[in-house]
Design a protein around this ligand. Structure first.
Ligand code: GDP
Ligand code: MN
Length: 333
C-alpha cells in the first residue's frame, strides 16, 4: 500500500508547531467542532476555509467531538485537509443525557407543545442535549483539558477574510475572555423562564457580578428583563478558564438544576452571552470585526476599506446594522 497520506502530512518537516506562533510565544489553543458524521461535507468546507484564511500559517489543532464515534471516513477526510493535529473525541454519556432531576414525561410534553407552536427545534431532544453540552460540558472534555483558548467552528460556515495575526495570542496578550462576530435577538418562546432564573442566580451569588459588568448589553431595564440580545455562539473565540471558573460553573449548574434546557429550549448562545455580560467587563469582550464570517443566513463582513481588501464578502449584505442585530447596542454601550 505504500506510505499513507496521513503519515506524509504528519512528517515533522511539513508539520508546523501546533501551539507556536511567529514570535515563538505559546498559546494553548484549539478549534473545537461538535458535529455528526453526516455533516462531513460541511465540516470539510469549514476547515478548508479556516486553513486557507488563517490556519495554514499557524497550525492550531482541531478537536472534533461527537455523541457517536466518528467513522474512519470522517477522520480521514478531515485530517487530510490540514497539517495540524486532529483529535476525535466521544462525548461521555453523562454529558449527553437527562440528569436525574429531570422529569422526562414533563420534558416530552413540553417538546410536543413547542413543536405544535412551530418553535424552531422545539420538538428535538438531540438539539437540547447539544445546547446543554455546548453550555456546560465541551470545555470539560478530556481532549480539551490541555487548552486555555478555543475557537468554536461549525459545519458549513464560511470565513471571508485573511487573518494575518493570531487571534488566540491577541486574546491572551490583551486579557480578552470572549470574542464574537455576530449578535442578534433570541426567540422569546425558547426561553420563557430563563431571565427569572438568572435573576434568582444574581440574588444568590452577588459576589460574582462586578460593578462594571455588561448587563446593559442583555437588559434595557437595568436587569429587570432580558432584551433577547446574545452573541451567536456558532462562532466564539474564548478563554476556557473563564468557563471552567467558579462563577460560570455555578451559573451553569444553577441553570441546569432548573431544568430549562429540557422543559424549555434554552440555547447555549443566550446562556454564554448572559454569563459573559454578568461576569465580564467590556474590555474583556472582543468584537472580531476583521473576521468576515457566515453561518446560515447571517454574516458579518468588515466595512472598513482597509479590512475589506483581504475579504471576499459584501459589506453591504452584512447583518450588523439590520433590525434583529444587537450590534448597535454593543457599539452604544
Ligand atoms: P443551529 O446552528 O442552532 O441551527 O444548530 P446546528 O444544527 O448547526 O447544531 C449546532 C452544532 O452542534 C453544529 O456544529 C452541529 O454539527 C452540532 N450538532 C447538533 N446536533 C448534534 C447531534 O445530535 N450530535 C452531534 N454530534 N452534533 C450535533
Ligand atoms: Mn449551525
Amino acid at each position: 500500500k505504500g506510505v499513507s497520506h496521513k503519515s506524509i502530512i504528519n512528517h515533522p518537516n511539513l508539520t508546523p508547531p501546533s501551539t507556536n506562533n511567529h514570535n515563538g510565544t505559546s498559546v494553548k489553543a484549539a478549534f473545537v467542532i461538535l458535529t455528526r458524521n453526516s455533516e462531513l461535507d460541511g465540516v470539510r468546507q469549514a476547515i478548508r476555509q479556516m486553513e486557507a484564511r488563517f490556519n495554514h500559517k499557524f497550525g492550531y489543532p482541531y478537536v472534533f467531538l461527537n455523541d457517536e464515534p466518528f467513522t474512519d471516513e470522517f477522520k480521514e477526510s478531515t485530517s487530510s485537509l490540514t497539517n495540524a493535529e486532529t483529535k476525535y473525541g466521544l462525548i461521555p454519556k453523562e454529558h449527553w443525557s437527562y440528569p436525574d432531576w429531570i422529569d422526562i414525561e414533563k420534558a416530552d410534553k413540553s417538546r410536543k407543545a413547542m413543536e405544535k407552536e412551530g418553535i424552531i427545534y422545539g420538538g428535538s431532544v438531540s438539539y437540547r442535549h447539544m445546547c446543554r453540552f455546548e453550555s456546560g460540558f465541551f470545555y470539560r472534555h478530556p481532549l480539551m483539558e490541555e487548552y486555555d483558548y478555543y475557537w468554536r467552528v461549525e459545519p458549513n460556515v464560511e470565513f471571508y477574510c485573511d487573518l494575518d495575526y493570531d487571534p488566540f495570542l491577541y486574546m491572551q496578550q490583551n486579557n480578552k475572555k470572549y470574542g464574537w462576530t455576530i449578535s442578534l435577538l433570541e426567540y422569546q418562546k425558547t426561553i420563557p423562564t430563563l431571565w427569572n432564573t438568572v435573576r434568582s442566580f444574581m440574588k444568590k451569588y452577588p459576589q460574582h457580578i462586578p460593578r462594571n459588568n455588561m448587563l446593559d448589553f442583555v437588559s434595557n431595564t437595568g436587569g429587570f428583563s432580558y432584551n433577547l440580545c446574545h452573541f451567536w455562539s456558532n462562532f466564539e473565540i474564548g478563554d476556557l478558564r473563564f468557563l471552567r471558573g467558579e462563577a460560570y460553573s455555578q451559573f451553569f449548574d444553577y441553570l441546569d438544576q432548573s431544568g430549562g434546557f429540557f422543559y424549555e429550549r434554552w440555547g447555549d448562545a443566550p446562556v454564554h452571552s448572559i454569563a459573559v455580560s454578568l461576569f465580564l467587563n467590556k474590555d474583556e469582550i472582543h468584537f472580531f470585526d476583521d473576521i468576515g464570517y457566515r453561518h446560515d443566513d447571517f454574516m458579518h463582513c468588515p466595512s472598513a476599506r482597509e479590512l475589506q481588501k483581504k475579504c471576499h464578502c459584501d459589506a453591504h449584505a452584512a447583518f450588523d446594522l439590520t433590525e434583529n442585530s444587537c450590534f448597535r447596542r454593543w457599539v452604544q454601550l
